[in-house]
Design a protein around this ligand. Structure first.
Ligand code: ADP
Ligand code: MG
Ligand code: MG
Length: 201
């Protein structure tokens, strides 16, 4: 149990950009099944912009890193996921305030505020087959460890398969959305894969 600074937050965002780049094809395939086949491209564009900006002008605090990342996702991603992920990170960054170093518990608290803001913005709750189905358990797991967060996100994403979508484009499919993993829940799992990788060094 240590503390985590701006460099850690920036490495998290860079590792997320790499994971999204690597998995863009799979994310788009998932979105082709129950959406409009752009989730991989959407997040690839967004996180590439984030990684670029953070490398060029590294913010001084972890809060500022997440606020910058969130703002960029909102401005560069056209799909629903841009404002939603943007809100997650911006709200979490604001919750971290000006601190130069934060604990894992403080990061979990901040991300919990971010997840609540995503719920408010999109009107979804757990079980609606959205990114929240991975994000909520991930943040709960983060109170225990980075590894628990990663495992919970992965399990949460896989648990969307039998669900019927009630929010987002997939909701238009009704029963036909059953049997497919939600693309946003799958990408949320990548966020927590990256976090655990960076924390493990
Ligand atoms: P779009 O649907 O506009 O093409 P993306 O394909 O990038 O956007 O993202 C789709 C993902 O966004 C979904 O798989 C779902 O996880 C998430 N999503 C969509 N609407 C909502 C919502 N109202 N609340 C939470 N998450 C949502
Ligand atoms: Mg889409
Ligand atoms: Mg779209």
């Amino acid at each position: 149990s240590g503390t985590y600074g701006a460099g850690f937050a920036a490495r998290w965002m860079a590792a997320t950009a790499e994971a999204v780049e690597r998995e863009a094809g799979r994310l788009t395939e998932l979105d082709a099944a129950i959406g409009d086949a752009d989730h991989g491209a959407n997040l690839r564009r967004g996180f590439a912009a984030v990684a670029d900006a953070l490398a060029k002008e590294p913010p001084a605090t972890p809060g500022a890193v997440l606020v910058t990342a969130g703002r960029l996702l909102i401005s560069t991603v056209g799909g629903a996921s841009g404002p939603l992920y943007g809100t997650l990170l911006r709200r979490a960054g604001k919750a971290l305030g000006e601190a130069g170093e934060v604990t894992r518990t403080e990061l979990a608290d901040a991300l919990a505020a971010g997840v609540a803001a995503v719920g408010q913005l999109g009107g979804a709750v757990a079980g609606d087959k959205t990114m929240l189905d991975a994000l909520e358990p991930a943040v709960a797991g983060l109170r225990e460890s980075f590894a628990a967060a990663r495992a919970a996100a992965r399990d949460g994403a896989l648990a969307t398969v039998p669900l019927r979508a009630r929010k987002g484009r997939a909701a238009y499919l009704g029963e036909r959305s059953v049997g497919h993993e939600d693309p946003g829940a799958a990408s949320s799992a990548l966020l927590f894969d990256a976090l655990e990788e960076v924390a493990a060094g």
